[in-house]
Design a protein around this ligand. Structure first.
Ligand code: PGA
Length: 223
């Protein structure tokens, strides 16, 4: 199984998202290799749009095998009097995955290891699978994490992707269990995706910029 995660970050209006999903689903329907890969469990696509788009997109993709939805964050708090927070309880049943520990949130919003562990715990308590991002081997991985995305900060959104050798060396240094799903992210595009996908040690890709265009993203999934 190879995983492809589209991390839209803080992009796309409702209209843009509708168009994206329509183009994406039409693209799948017209590509028998892709369609079969999804049906045969050799491919899983996880769309991670901003919060306001989760409900409309979930309605559009419902019934498609191996197309899942994820959020880009989850609150450290339980539901209650917390203006602006989105706790795990409210996401239960809407999404199946959540990105936790992205370097943009660690660096700009000062998310600490303790907060990230709490978020993992909250997500798992309602059956949402964390996709845990690390910037390198220095970042600790909280207990219970089954999907890890290695994303070197210098490679994010810069057009400079890490080499396969470096990605595999980092994977080794992270010492996660052999059953952990290991992903690479950082300037992945349709030209370099194959380098990573050719390795049996890399289970998939976390794609930012190139996921904003449905055709580019689909081409990455068929490399
Ligand atoms: P990028 O972003 O593909 O634009 O480098 C990846 C990410 O930050 O998840």
């Amino acid at each position: 199984m190879k995983y492809f995660i589209a991390n839209w970050k803080a992009n796309k209006t409702k209209e843009e998202a509708d168009r994206w999903v329509d183009t994406f689903l039409t693209g799948i329907q017209s590509n028998s290799i892709l369609k079969n890969a999804l049906l045969e469990d050799s491919l899983r696509i996880i769309l991670c749009p901003p919060f306001p788009l989760l409900y409309p997109i979930s309605a559009k993709i419902s019934g498609y095998k191996n197309i899942y939805l994820g959020s880009q964050d989850v609150s450290v708090f339980d539901k209650g009097s917390l203006t602006g927070e989105v706790p795990a309880d409210l996401l239960k049943g809407v999404i199946q995955y959540v990105i936790i520990g992205h370097s943009e949130r660690r660096n700009l919003l000062h998310e600490t290891d303790a907060m990230l562990s709490k978020k993992v715990e909250k997500a798992k308590s309602v059956g949402i699978e964390p996709i845990f991002c690390v910037r390198g081997e220095q970042d600790m991985i909280p207990p219970g994490v089954r999907m890890v995305a290695y994303e070197p900060v210098w490679a994010i959104g810069t057009g400079k992707n890490d080499s396969l050798d470096e990605v595999l060396t980092t994977k080794q240094k992270l010492q996660s269990s052999p059953t952990t799903v290991f992903l690479y992210g950082g300037s992945v595009n349709e030209d370099n995706a194959k380098i990573y996908l050719s390795s049996e040690q890399i289970d998939g890709l976390l794609v930012g910029t190139a996921s904003l265009n449905p055709d580019h993203f689909l081409r990455i999934t068929t490399k």
